[in-house]
Design a protein. Structure first.
Length: 270
């Protein structure tokens, strides 16, 4: 493979994908783990569609779904793609034996799992993590300090509204009003008008909240629970950013790379 630590990233959303992309570009053997049918909405800014389609590209890097744990070693050695796996996390940990485990699932209001002990270095991204207690190191994800490395203590609590785009903040999102299976024939990047039906969940229509382009849309056929973010509209029209690595995920990914390199450097001097 190489002498760099092997890394397992939890979460194929825009943040987890940006982290995996940055680490892969830096030469690290990296694998992404997620659920078999994630409700990720910003799929044009993530590797999540590899889970459904077998492969997905993001800013010049390709991710491929791998269902055979035994195949991971050779794929990582070749360093041509980023593997994405959906088999149980315990199986992924056993097959990979990662040196670094990064929780990039961005579950916000959910209490994060304690990861310490699952790998020599555990890293938690976003609210709820406590460096030195639930993880070894944490990285901030808020706009107040994206990418800041926390070596000890808690990350910033979840607070505030999303960053506005052309004056629109939370009003550009649609959250699932009920549990059920989302159905849609729209695609990321489609132009939509306020009030037009974009998707439905078991017969409940979901309308575009404003005019713009679809930046986020949960995959057709995915089961979601009430409160899940399933639609996002970028109101900037021709200036809309619906693909590639976003500004905040990029800063978070840079912070993760700093944390991993610091740990690697400290380990090499022991």
């Amino acid at each position: 493979m190489n002498d760099l630590p092997t890394i397992l990233v939890l979460g194929a959303g825009d943040v987890g994908s940006a982290v995996a992309h940055r680490l892969f570009a830096a030469g690290y053997p990296v694998v992404i783990h997620d659920a078999p049918a994630p409700a990720t909405s910003r799929r044009g800014m993530a590797f999540a569609d590899a889970i459904f389609d077998g492969r997905a590209g993001l800013s010049g890097v390709t991710a491929v779904r791998v269902d055979d744990p035994a195949a991971l070693t050779s794929i990582l050695r070749e360093r041509a793609v980023v593997p994405v796996v959906v088999f149980p996390l315990a199986a992924a940990l056993a097959a990979l034996g990662p040196n670094v485990l990064i929780d990039a699932r961005m579950r916000k209001r959910a209490v994060p799992d304690s990861l310490r002990g699952l790998a020599p270095l555990t890293v938690g991204l976003g609210p709820g993590f406590v460096a030195g207690t639930t993880v070894d190191v944490a990285v901030e994800t808020s706009w107040d300090a994206p990418g800041a490395v926390v070596d000890y203590g808690a990350t910033l609590p979840l607070a505030g509204e999303p960053r506005p785009l052309d004056g629109h903040a939370r009003d550009r999102y649609v959250y699932a009003p009920v549990d059920g299976v989302l159905r849609t024939d729209h695609r990321i990047g489609d132009v939509v008008t306020a009030g037009a039906t974009v998707a439905e969940i078991d017969g409940t229509p979901l309308a575009a909240p404003l005019d713009g382009r679809l930046r986020g849309l949960t995959r057709d056929g995915v089961a979601v629970v009430s409160g899940t973010k399933v639609i996002e509209v970028d109101p900037r029209r021709e200036r809309a950013v619906v693909t590639g690595i976003g500004e905040r995920p990029a800063k978070i990914a840079d912070g993760v790379l700093v944390a991993v390199r610091q740990w690697s450097g400290a380990r090499s001097t022991r």
